[in-house]
Design a protein around this ligand. Sequence first.
Ligand SMILES: Nc1ncnc2c1ncn2[C@@H]1O[C@H](COP(=O)(O)OP(=O)(O)O)[C@@H](O)[C@H]1O
Ligand SMILES: [Mg+2]
Length: 378
Amino acid sequence: MWVNGVARLNYLSEAGYYSSMKKKKIGLLYGGRSGEHEVSLRSAASVINNLDPDKFEPIPIGIDKIGIWHLQQRGSFRSIPGQGEVLEIIKNSRPLALVPGKGFYQGEERLEIDVIFPVLHGTFGEDGTIQGLLEVVDIPYVGAGVLASSMAMDKEKAKILWQKEGLPVVDFLVVRDASAGAVAAIEQTFNYPLFVKPAAGGSSVGIHKVDSHAELKPALADAFNYANKLLAEPAIDGRELECSVLGNHRPRAFPPGEILPQHGFYDYNSKYIDPEGALLAVPADLPAETAKLVEETAVRAYLALEVSGMARVDFFLEKKSNKLLINELNTLPGFTSISMYPKLCEKGGLPYPDLLEQLIELAMESHAEKNRLTYSFE
Ligand SMILES: Nc1ncnc2c1ncn2[C@@H]1O[C@H](COP(=O)(O)OP(=O)(O)O)[C@@H](O)[C@H]1O
Ligand SMILES: [Mg+2]
């Protein structure tokens, strides 16, 4: 049931009534040209397993590492010991084509898809590019739009917007090359230990904790493999908190969780390789007023970037000052069955299948809202 005009229109016309009763076809985009390809295969498996089969029909579309889209006949699952199920990408020789304003085609055949769920993380998925493509095709899609996706992906731009709203962020310096001047600027601004990270990226790829002068240049050199712009930040000694936010204009936040890295920081290894690398506390053990502050700040951070659909907002709670600092906002957070985003929603009273249904409804709402606007003057 959609809360805007679309549902009512459907209800009034016979064909519309029929279509609102029909199962919605959900195109699942997964895989992708990103360092987070493998994570996406796991997220996609969980999404398919949790879509209510009475209401939705999944249409899996795997994007291989070169970027070619392959329609999957049926989802083909594979179990990886210790990591759960992945949705495989079976390549075929009839790649999908997108036709602007028309939809998805395989050869001459048009695919019927009601909503796209981009279960893609990182570059070419979370950064606004896929969202732009889906806008051109004119199809509803789950999650943030073009502008919010790309602003959230750029850690510098996101922080500038949050600072403008008076929200607390981790201090940062933008670094555009690994010259002696850049090294000097970093050292004048921050003491060791400090962090160096690609401005756009994810999954901790290219992120370094730097303890001394000798480590700085190699860290910069490595990070520049992943982005042309880096951030240097003070290393925050604190707790890592994460908050799930869901909604369009009036988003709600769920009680926060905590990441408890077991060695070092929350790096790629502890995120995806070593199951014991980090523990998740759901919810975090926090005084009620701190949890409330996290939720309120998460909603403000979400609105400041004009996010729709969902986001996971990540924080540090600094030990020495007890200050809450925003680290980053992820518009397509991990969606595996053990991922923080769905777990926090579940703990907060929204089971995974209901969460998916709400995300699909929010996508339809956003799309209907855009279609209400006038784009031409005669
Ligand atoms: N300034 C910082 N101080 C302390 N730890 C940090 C800092 N920046 C990043 N980290 C650690 O690195 C991890 C990944 O960094 P993050 O900025 O979240 O990038 P990504 O987008 O790859 O998740 C964080 O979860 C945290 O453990
Ligand atoms: Mg992160």
